[in-house]
Ligand binder design. Structure first.
Ligand SMILES: NC(=O)c1ccc[n+]([C@@H]2O[C@H](COP(=O)([O-])OP(=O)(O)OC[C@H]3O[C@@H](n4cnc5c(N)ncnc54)[C@H](OP(=O)(O)O)[C@@H]3O)[C@@H](O)[C@H]2O)c1
Length: 264
């Protein structure tokens, strides 16, 4: 794929943060959009603003993607509307920060269902059409937590490790068939993520990237057929360094850092 102009892009988690920035930037580049999240009112307002500002077509699908069967319903709605998705951005996701036992099991099953199950399902549903066209592809949003186990965010970091490994394997399967599957790995980014993860924890925001920086890293990397991209130089180093350290030391270092962040 050479550009986003005239392509149809489905963005999950488009009502806030990184997904919202993806939507705005892609509309600016001339892409037509399908926005998915639970907050229908926010999405509808956003859609009409983007349509007016950039003269593109923007559809809205209200869906709780942690619900079993929701991915299939989203797919069916796009099929019924006669929309062919060129690029799927699996961005919706959340984490929880704290002791593993601090949160009930429902929070974790819902996280795994959203961060993993619906992501896999949407890839499975939308890939066949992309392969037929030998064009387009998928951006799956991982994290710098995809590369290291994170004590005090154990389930979240494991879910993002899944996203990276799964997406890299798909890249290996489909890259020579004209379809790119890229993992975007942001580090700390200004969004509603921290509030959802644990509103009682105040993280120092100085090191945070803007959602726009993350999207500006992701979109050209995808057109460049990258298998993964980390946004931000410091975040890139945090992926390189652990490669040279014993795993036990990495757990300790990351654990100490997160102990401080979470005040444990
Ligand atoms: N911010 C960071 O520091 C950071 C770092 C690394 C990776 N990430 C990843 O980046 C992605 C986007 O996060 P963000 O930082 O932009 O956070 P955010 O501002 O909280 O946005 C999350 C988006 O996901 C949607 N969402 C949440 N639960 C959903 C559900 N059950 N069904 C459908 N949509 C749902 C939310 O919309 P509704 O509430 O309207 O449903 C919202 O649009 C996530 O995958 C996250 O893991 C974030």
């Amino acid at each position: 794929m050479k550009s986003y102009k005239g392509k149809t892009v489905l963005v999950t988690g488009a009502s806030s943060g990184i997904g919202k920035a993806f939507a705005e930037t892609l509309a600016e580049k001339g892409a037509n959009l399908i926005l998915v999240a639970r907050s229908g009112d926010k999405l509808k307002e956003q859609a009409s603003e983007l349509e007016k500002k950039y003269s593109v077509q923007v559809g809205v699908i209200v869906s709780d993607l942690s619900e079993p069967g929701s991915a299939k319903k989203v797919f069916q709605q796009t099929q019924t509307a006669g929309l062919s998705v060129d690029v799927l951005i699996n961005n919706a996701g959340f984490g929880k920060w704290g002791d593993f036992l601090e949160f009930d099991l429902e929070a974790y099953t819902s996280m795994l269902s959203l961060n993993i199950n619906s992501l896999v399902e949407l890839c499975h549903l939308y890939l066949p059409e992309m392969l037929k066209k030998k064009d387009g592809g998928i951006i799956n949003v991982g994290s710098t937590a995809s590369f290291v186990p994170v004590p005090y965010a154990a389930v979240y970091s494991a879910s993002k490790a899944f996203v990276l490994y799964f997406s890299e394997a798909l890249y290996g399967e489909y890259n020579d068939k004209g379809v790119t599957v890229m993992t975007l790995c942001p580090g700390g980014t200004e969004s509603n993520f921290a509030n959802v993860a644990n509103s009682e924890i105040k993280v120092p925001k100085e090191a945070y990237e803007s959602t726009q920086d993350v999207v500006n890293t992701a979109l050209p990397a995808f057109l460049n057929n990258e298998s993964y991209v980390i946004s931000g130089f410091k975040n890139y180093m945090s992926e390189i360094l652990p490669r040279f350290l014993p795993r036990k030391m990495v757990i300790q270092l990351v654990g100490n850092m997160w102990k401080k962040v979470t005040g444990k």
